[in-house]
Design a protein around this ligand. Structure first.
Ligand SMILES: [Zn+2]
Length: 256
């Protein structure tokens, strides 16, 4: 038996099966009998099970905001090191095998070599709440978000000013914000926005996204003219797009 959730809608005319975040979802019209839905799920059970396993493995690669978890920072895999002190702070340092002993059950997930660790020092009061896993993870996530936003402010703004000069495409406003499913955007008022999670990406991929959004100041679409303009200012854009595609599964922040 497979667990699944049924979402019914009046507009829907057909049945569809979907695996989302490791869970099976059936979308169905109102009139379809539960038995028919059940039969379909059973018929496709092998495929569904494979999908569920695949997705839960992908999730393991994403940061769960625990000590020892890995995440990408500027294209490098970094390991989270969580500690407590009277003053909260966050900093990057070289990774040493000495530190590794603190937590030997590293997940063998991300492929590239581990060179740095991101030290998150939480305020001491959290040390008394070690059994409240959820609370700790939320605190770690908040620190990470602040750090990424702060880094994004300085890195992205300087790249925008560099490429604005180069391309003569100057935005009327720049925002750094959180998006769940996109890296950047540009609107018809000539304002560009960027996702602070771009700090996970390698430097040249960040460059590509900046150039991409600036080019939208001239073409607010993905026409051939648009891509031609991108190619003029960032000749390696296909490589950057491919990197994003290849690494998609590692570019998520799973909510605790
Ligand atoms: Zn675009």
């Amino acid at each position: 038996m497979i667990d699944y959730q049924v979402v019914r809608s009046a507009r829907r005319k057909t049945l569809s099966l979907q695996v989302k975040q490791g869970k099976v979802l059936v979308r169905a019209p109102y009139y379809v009998d539960k038995k028919i839905i059940n039969a379909l799920v059973q018929e496709k059970s092998a495929w569904l099970k494979a999908k569920v396993i695949e997705q839960s493995q992908l999730n393991q690669q994403c940061c769960g905001f625990n000590h020892g978890d890995k995440l990408l920072f500027l294209g490098q895999v970094v390991r989270l090191h969580i500690s407590f002190a009277s003053r909260a702070e966050i900093f990057l340092r070289e990774y040493s095998s000495e530190n590794l002993k603190l937590n030997s059950e590293l997940k063998p997930a991300l492929k590239s070599e581990l060179k740095q660790e991101l030290n998150i020092v939480l305020a001491k009061r959290y040390a008394t709440k070690l059994d409240d896993e959820q609370l700790l993870r939320m605190a770690v996530k908040k620190r990470l978000q602040d750090y990424f936003k702060q880094q994004a402010q300085s890195i992205i703004l300087s790249k925008v000013s560099h490429y604005s000069e180069l391309t003569q495409l100057k935005p009327k406003g720049i925002k750094i914000r959180q998006y769940s499913a996109r890296w950047g955007s540009c609107n018809s008022n000539g304002e560009v926005s960027f996702n602070y999670l771009m700090m996970m990406l390698p430097d040249d991929v960040i460059d590509y996204i900046v150039v991409h959004e600036l080019c939208h100041l001239r073409f607010l679409n993905h026409s051939a003219d648009f891509w031609q303009l991108v190619a003029i200012h960032f000749p390696n854009y296909l490589q950057a797009k491919q990197w994003l595609k290849d690494n998609q599964s590692q570019l998520l922040w799973r909510l605790p």
